[in-house]
Each structure stands twice: as structure tokens, then as C-alpha cells.
Design a protein around this ligand. Structure first.
Ligand code: LMR
Length: 397
């Protein structure tokens, strides 16, 4: 049986976790996998989540099955963070993280429209393509961002989407674009929303960093324009980063449908697809998010901590931009990541000479950096010749 299998190359992002852990050098800097760290380099459990764990420990009296849809109180508590109260025919189910939501969404689309195409701007999260392909979609790519000038290629995006066929799926990053940190502004969101409505495209929004860009509401302002403009959409939600629940795999897939009957059919289909994938999602993280969001006190605590995490990322971005004018673009971008225009040899040299780890694409997880490491990082970039390429970005508008 197994003789036909080839060992696939390791996932480049996940390989960094091990390589960094194995590096004995003091002062090493991990800008690899997308995990928030505080200024001491730790990824703490949020206080509201810790408090919810205590409550759960005391109150939970069974671990019996909930069903393929998971914890529907969790789904209901999360929904208003994304959707306006006025949006009708919204349904959703709990998923194992945002990746589970993306995969389930792809399978739902394939069930509804076999052979559907999804338009994905590049660069994007390296797992988007493989997840969509595994879910049965045909992935069409267009250029979204130029790392040399650090600018969104909005005209190319609009041209590509103008060529999409009615019913084609459009992947949109809700906020904190992964890997570039470059989000559409509201005027651009409005143009994209109009185009989607005009051409009958189907938006699939990946929302994995709400609250870590500009704020909880600001981070969904753009995607709400799309949801307003169209009557059908999917939103893949991840609580990994904004509740710091990473390994607890906590997410949801929401669908906006045209009618209540459609929403009912979507819900049933999603539950059926979940059943044949993981049967039922892991409960712990969703129970914690539910407890936090159903408690005004814990919600306040969570929001405050999220604001301080977001502010720390902003501080790191500002520190780097201030130290090195060639990196000024970092302060215009949002969220965990920026995609530096570095050659593979420069990324290798950062690792071997300076113990600085980043993805082979040049993506840097700035939320992994201590503000006090900013000077060291800029000096290391200069040492490997990584600032020469950033010059082009300074003159870009
Ligand atoms: C990342 O982009 O680093 C994270 O979303 C982790 C992952 O699963 O790739």
C-alpha cells in the first residue's frame, strides 16, 4: 500500500518552529510562524481566557457529544463581532480553527457547484491554495502585492476580478493581510464590493486576526461593505490569534444566504460535511470563547488585553520605521506580518549569522519581536544587504 507514497517536503512555516527551538544561541529572534508574543517573548494565555478556564473547570458537568455543529452558543456569541445585527439569513457552525473553516467552506462550495474556481491574490498564506484544492476548488491566482515597492496592486486585482466569471469565488483577507500586512482601504473595499455585486462573484472572507489591526470594529468595516453589497458570502473565522487559543483549534464558518430556506440547507450541509471530516469539533476553546463573550466583565477584560496586544504590535512597527526610514512602510501596514523583499540567501544569512528566523518568502512576524530587538534587527538587515531592496519602497506612494 504505502510504496506509492512520496514524503512531501515539510511545511516551511511549521519547520521553522522546530529549527528555532533547536537553536541554542542566546538572543535569537523568532519572526516565523504567526504567533503573538509579548515584550518578554512569551505567548501568554489571555487573562479572560484563564478566568474562563477556571469557570469551565468548576461548571462543566459533562463532556458528552454536542454534535457536528459544535457549540452553537459559541457561534451565536461570535456572530455579532462580524455581522451587523441587521444582516439576515446568517448561519454558522463551529470548526477546528480557521483552517477547518476554510476547508469546510471549500467543500460546501464544491458540493453546491462542482468545479468552482476561487480567485486568490498573491502572495497569500501558503496554505490557502492547498486547502482550497483539497476541498475541490480550482485555484486561480492574480498579483495582489509588490514586495519591492510594498504596494497593493489594486489595478491588477480589479482587472483579474473583472475577468472572473459569474459564480466564481473571491478570497478576501478580512484584515491584517497575511503575509503582507497591507489591507485595502475603505474606498478600495467599496470598489471590490461593487465589482463582486455587479459581476455576481461569491466572496469568501478569511478573518483570522480581528482586533489585531486597527480594532475589533475597524477590522471588519471593509468586509461589512462586501457583506452589504451581496446576499451570499462565507466568512472563515479564527480565534487562534485574537483569543490566543492557537493549539485549542477554535474557529467558525459563517454563511450569509439569500433566504431562510437557503440558510437552513447550508447549515445542514455544513453539519453533514463536518460529520464526514472530524465528526465533531474540539470543544474546549469554543467553550472558553463562549464564556468570555457571554460575560460582560470577561468581555471587557478580553477587549482591553486585545487592545494592548494590538498597541504593542504598533509599537514594534513604529520603532522599526523610526529607526530605519527605509522601513517606513512597516508603520503603514497592520497586523502581525510584513513581507520584506529579501532574497533566499539573505533570509538564510539572517538565520545563520544573526539567529533571526523568518519564513522563506521574506514574511516577518513582527508580533514575535521585542521592541528592544528592533535595533538588532535593523542592523542585521543592513548586514545581509536587506535594506538595499527596501529603498524602492520608500519612494512608493
Ligand atoms: C501563520 O500564518 O503563521 C499561522 O496562520 C500559522 C499557520 O498555520 O500557518
Amino acid at each position: 500500500m504505502f510504496e506509492t507514497l512520496k514524503n512531501p517536503p515539510p511545511d516551511s512555516l511549521l519547520a521553522l518552529i522546530k529549527a528555532f527551538a533547536d537553536d541554542p544561541r542566546a538572543g535569537k529572534i523568532d519572526l516565523g510562524v504567526g504567533v503573538y508574543r509579548d515584550d518578554s517573548g512569551a505567548t501568554p494565555i489571555m487573562q479572560a481566557v484563564k478566568d474562563a478556564e477556571r469557570i469551565l473547570f468548576e461548571a462543566q458537568d459533562t463532556k458528552s457529544y454536542l454534535g457536528p455543529e459544535g457549540d452553537m452558543r459559541f457561534v451565536a456569541a461570535l456572530q455579532p463581532l462580524v455581522f451587523d445585527k441587521s444582516t439576515s439569513h446568517v448561519t454558522g457552525i463551529q470548526t477546528p480553527g480557521g483552517s477547518g473553516a476554510l476547508r469546510l467552506g471549500a467543500e460546501l462550495i464544491t458540493a453546491a457547484r462542482p468545479g468552482a474556481r476561487v480567485w486568490v491574490g498573491t502572495p497569500t498564506w501558503p496554505n490557502h491554495g492547498p486547502v482550497f484544492q483539497s476541498g475541490g476548488l480550482t485555484v486561480c491566482r492574480y498579483r495582489f502585492f509588490d514586495t519591492k515597492t510594498q504596494t497593493i496592486l489594486f489595478d491588477e486585482m480589479m482587472a483579474a476580478l473583472s475577468g472572473a466569471a459569474q459564480g466564481d469565488v473571491v478570497l478576501l483577507h478580512g484584515c491584517c493581510h497575511n503575509p503582507t500586512g497591507a489591507d485595502l482601504d475603505l474606498d478600495q473595499w467599496r470598489e471590490v464590493a461593487d465589482l463582486i455585486a455587479r459581476r455576481g462573484l461569491f466572496p469568501f472572507i478569511d478573518l483570522a486576526y480581528q482586533g489585531l489591526g486597527r480594532g475589533l470594529d475597524e477590522d471588519v468595516a471593509g468586509l461589512r461593505l462586501v457583506l452589504d453589497a451581496t446576499d451570499e458570502a462565507l466568512v472563515a473565522y479564527s480565534c487562534d490569534k485574537n483569543f490566543a487559543l492557537y493549539r485549542d483549534r477554535t474557529g467558525a464558518l459563517f454563511a450569509q444566504a439569500r433566504t431562510a430556506a437557503h440558510a437552513g440547507a447550508v447549515f445542514g450541509s455544513l453539519a453533514g460535511l463536518a460529520r464526514v471530516n472530524w465528526s465533531m469539533p474540539p470543544d474546549h476553546g469554543a467553550a472558553l470563547v463562549r464564556i468570555v463573550l457571554e460575560s460582560p466583565d470577561l468581555t471587557r477584560s478580553w477587549r482591553e488585553e486585545l487592545v494592548s496586544m494590538c498597541a504593542r504590535i504598533g509599537d514594534v512597527r513604529r520603532a522599526l520605521a523610526t529607526l530605519e526610514p527605509q522601513l517606513a512602510f512597516l508603520d503603514r501596514q497592520r497586523g502581525l506580518f510584513s513581507n520584506l523583499a529579501l532574497a533566499p540567501e539573505q533570509i538564510d544569512a539572517l538565520r545563520t549569522r544573526h539567529a533571526i528566523y523568518m519564513a522563506p518568502s521574506g514574511r516577518a512576524n513582527l508580533a514575535g519581536m521585542r521592541a528592544s530587538d528592533a535595533g538588532k534587527f535593523v542592523a542585521a538587515l543592513a548586514d545581509v544587504g536587506g535594506l538595499e531592496r527596501a529603498k524602492a519602497a520608500v519612494i512608493a506612494p
